[in-house]
Ligand binder design. Structure first.
Ligand SMILES: [Zn+2]
Length: 220
């Protein structure tokens, strides 16, 4: 008894051979007019749809024929069926100049790796920036550190702005306290505005200052 894998491989080989035969017959110019496209498993093309979505000087196809191709990434011998071509050109409106170049497995792998790299970029940038602000907050502020924290206060990520506010609270120089007071006193335009979130963070940082000042006072 054959396994499913063997059966699939056999079907694929059969399709490939048929596509190669059809391709060869269509490429032979003297025989082309004797070939009925329907006998080759061709799908008629909808020229109305193709014309609407393609701005090309070249001729549009009258029908699609299953075509063999070699995967660009793994070299596997594949076929692009007439039905798949019709779907690609007429349903998702792929450009008439575009062709299948990768097998399904390689397309999936490519898509997954693109998605992963996009996600990784954003997540790592935010994570790195957060860690950096925490480190800056623990040391005495240098001019560079102040510049970084000032930039973080303008960040598009509210979590970074909040960490920058916490750093100002840890530093506690006069200019830091003044900045925190200004943030804490900001008028809130709405409940979900940055002004409100920033004011809370600044008030927390100022309260932390007061507590540590009280502790120092108590220790004396
Ligand atoms: Zn492949």
């Amino acid at each position: 008894m054959k396994s499913n894998k063997q059966r699939r491989a056999k079907i694929k080989a059969h399709r490939r051979a048929r596509a190669a035969r059809a391709d060869a017959r269509l490429r032979a110019p003297d025989r082309q007019r004797h070939v009925c496209p329907h006998l080759l498993g061709a799908e008629p093309a909808d020229l109305d749809v193709l014309g609407r979505y393609n701005n090309t000087w070249g001729p549009l196809p009258g029908f699609y024929v299953t075509r063999p191709f070699t995967c660009r990434d793994c070299g596997s011998e594949e076929v692009w069926t007439a039905k798949q071509q019709k779907w690609w050109y007429e349903v998702v409106h792929g450009s008439i100049e575009s062709n299948a170049v990768r097998c399904l497995a390689c397309r999936r792998a490519r898509r997954a790796s693109h998605a992963a790299s996009r996600q990784g970029e954003g997540a790592n940038r935010l994570g790195d920036a957060s860690a950096r602000l925490r480190v800056l907050a623990c040391a005495a502020p240098t001019a560079d550190a102040r510049a970084e924290v000032a930039a973080a206060l303008e960040s598009k990520w509210w979590s970074l702005r909040t960490l920058a506010i916490a750093a100002l609270g840890r530093w506690g120089a006069d200019e830091d306290i003044a900045r925190l007071r200004a943030l804490a006193d900001a008028r809130c335009s709405s409940w979900r505005s940055w002004e409100r979130v920033g004011a809370h963070a600044a008030a927390r940082a100022l309260a932390g200052r007061l507590r540590s000042a009280a502790d120092e006072g108590g220790a004396k």
